[in-house]
Design a protein around this ligand. Structure first.
Ligand code: SF4
Length: 299
C-alpha cells in the first residue's frame, strides 16, 4: 500500500517513517474510503469543492482525498478552497503558499464576514451560528461558480457526536450533521468523508505531517459554552470507559424508529397484534426480550 516517497503527491511526501504513522495513515485512508462508499458520495466525473480552513481536520481531509484520487479510487476532480473571513490576524499567505507548493488546484476567496458578525451579534453572545451561516452561504456560491456538485467539509466523528448531543440536550431533537446532505436549494451536496474518523487521529496525522496549522481562535469567540460542556462530558465518559465515543457513533448508524417515540417516523397506529394460539405468549416473550435489550429503568 505504501509507495516510494518520491512517487507520492507532494502533500503526502516527507511523512514520518514509523510503523505507528503508517498504520495511522492507512486507517485514515481506509475509513475515508469506507465513508465514501457507505453513503454513496462518489459520482465519477464530479467536481468537488474541498473546504480548507487551515485546521488539522481540513488538512487531513485534503490529504486523504488526494491519496485516494492518486490511487485511482476517487474518480472526481478536487478543488481546494479557503474562505478568508477577515478575522484579525488571519495569516492570509499561509494557505495559498502551501497549496501552491503542494501543487493542489485551489481558489482563495476573501469575504469579510467577520465585520458583519461583530456588527450583528450582541455582546456576550457567541458568534459561531451567524459566522457559520455566512461561511456556508459563501461556500455554496463558490461551489456553483466553480461548477462543483458538492461542498466537502472536514467534520469528523467527534464533531458529529458533539452536535448530536447538543441537539438532544439543548434543541430537543435527535439529529446531527450527517455524512451526506442535500442543501436547502437541492442543487449541492454537503459531504463529510471524515465521518468515521476520530478527532485524535486527525490531530495526530496533521501534526506528524507538519502541515502549517492555523489556530481556530482568531475570531476571538470562545466556542459556545454549551458545546464545550458536551465535549467535556464526552471526554469524561471516554476517560472512564475507553471506546465509549466509538460505541455512541455506532449507535447513530443503528437506529430503530420503532423503539423511539416519534409518531411521524414510525407508524405506531399500524402495529397489529398477531392473533391465534400462542400469539400472545410469543408477543409477551418478544416484548420481554426488547425490554432486556433497551436497558430501560424499572418503574
Ligand atoms: S469559532 Fe470563530 S470562525 Fe469558527 S465558527 Fe465560531 S465565530 Fe466563526
Amino acid at each position: 500500500m505504501f509507495d516510494e516517497p518520491e512517487t507520492l503527491p507532494p502533500i503526502l511526501r516527507d511523512a514520518p517513517e514509523t510503523t505507528e504513522f503508517r498504520k495511522l495513515r492507512k486507517r485514515i485512508v481506509r475509513e475515508t474510503r469506507a465513508a465514501l462508499d457507505d453513503y454513496t458520495m462518489v459520482r465519477p466525473g464530479a467536481r468537488w469543492l474541498v473546504c480548507l480552513s487551515g485546521g488539522k481536520d481540513s488538512y487531513t481531509l485534503l490529504a486523504a482525498l488526494i491519496e485516494l484520487q492518486w490511487r485511482g479510487l476517487l474518480p472526481v476532480d478536487l478543488l481546494a478552497c479557503n474562505l478568508d473571513q477577515g478575522q484579525p490576524g488571519f495569516p492570509a499567505t499561509v494557505l495559498p503558499e502551501f497549496l501552491t507548493r503542494m501543487q493542489v488546484p485551489h481558489r482563495i476567496e476573501y469575504k469579510d464576514t467577520y465585520s458583519i458578525v461583530m456588527d450583528k451579534v450582541p455582546q456576550g453572545r457567541t458568534y459561531c451560528a451567524l459566522c457559520s451561516r455566512l461561511r456556508r452561504g459563501n461556500l455554496y456560491r463558490i461551489a456553483r461558480e466553480e461548477g462543483c456538485e458538492a461542498v466537502v467539509l472536514g467534520h469528523h466523528r467527534d464533531d458529529i457526536l458533539e452536535t448530536f448531543f447538543m441537539n438532544m440536550f439543548h434543541g430537543g431533537r435527535l439529529a446531527t450533521m450527517p455524512p451526506k446532505l442535500l442543501n436547502e436549494d437541492g442543487d449541492l451536496f454537503v459531504l463529510r468523508p471524515l465521518a468515521h474518523i476520530s478527532e485524535a487521529d486527525c490531530d495526530r496525522f496533521a501534526r506528524a505531517m507538519n502541515y502549517p496549522i492555523i489556530p481556530c481562535d482568531l475570531c476571538g469567540s470562545q466556542e459556545g459554552l454549551q458545546r464545550m460542556q458536551v465535549k467535556a462530558l464526552l471526554d469524561d465518559w471516554e476517560r472512564r470507559t475507553p471506546g465509549r465515543r466509538q460505541v455512541m457513533y455506532r449507535a447513530l448508524q443503528n437506529v430503530r424508529p420503532s423503539h423511539l417515540a416519534d409518531p411521524a417516523l414510525f407508524d405506531f397506529a399500524a402495529l397489529t397484534r398477531v392473533a391465534g394460539v400462542g400469539g400472545d405468549i410469543a408477543a409477551t416473550a418478544a416484548e420481554g426480550l426488547d425490554n432486556l435489550n433497551d436497558n430501560s429503568t424499572p418503574r
